[in-house]
Design a protein around this ligand. Structure first.
Ligand SMILES: [Zn+2]
Length: 128
């Protein structure tokens, strides 16, 4: 695997350290590789009012978008659980907005991961 993807996977693992998840204890880190080769990482942020919780995927995406990076190539997602976790439906829809051809890397460890096509995870997205 090319070095940039290894760096991306490491970034997702590192990002979960900054997870704010006192309620679920479910730490998630996500890192996005943009079309221009930049990496933006984020972690999930919970709130006492549970529905205001923001997933790591959208935190990473918002950091990229607000920095002017609107096209993504890969997103790597790591958790503190033994099994990998797929992005939730809200994140799949949000990510589709910016890159329908996105590849989703579910990270178990630096050497153990699975790659999916966003289109396979959300075959029918909402479109206006
Ligand atoms: Zn989500």
């Amino acid at each position: 695997m090319e070095n940039k993807l290894i760096e991306l996977i490491k970034s997702s693992i590192k990002a979960k350290r900054n997870s704010y998840s006192p309620y679920s204890k479910f730490k998630v880190g996500a890192a996005i590789l943009t079309k221009h080769g930049k990496i933006f990482a984020g972690a999930n942020i919970e709130c006492a009012s549970y529905s205001l919780t923001i997933c790591a995927e959208r935190v990473a995406a918002v950091k990229a978008i607000s920095s002017g990076e609107l096209k993504f190539k890969y997103i790597a997602i790591a958790t503190n659980k033994k099994q990998v976790a797929f992005p939730c439906g809200a994140c799949l829809q949000f990510l589709t907005e910016f890159s329908s051809n996105l590849k989703v890397i579910l990270v178990k460890s630096e050497k153990e991961y699975k790659i999916f096509d966003l289109k396979d995870l959300l075959p029918q997205n909402f479109v206006l």
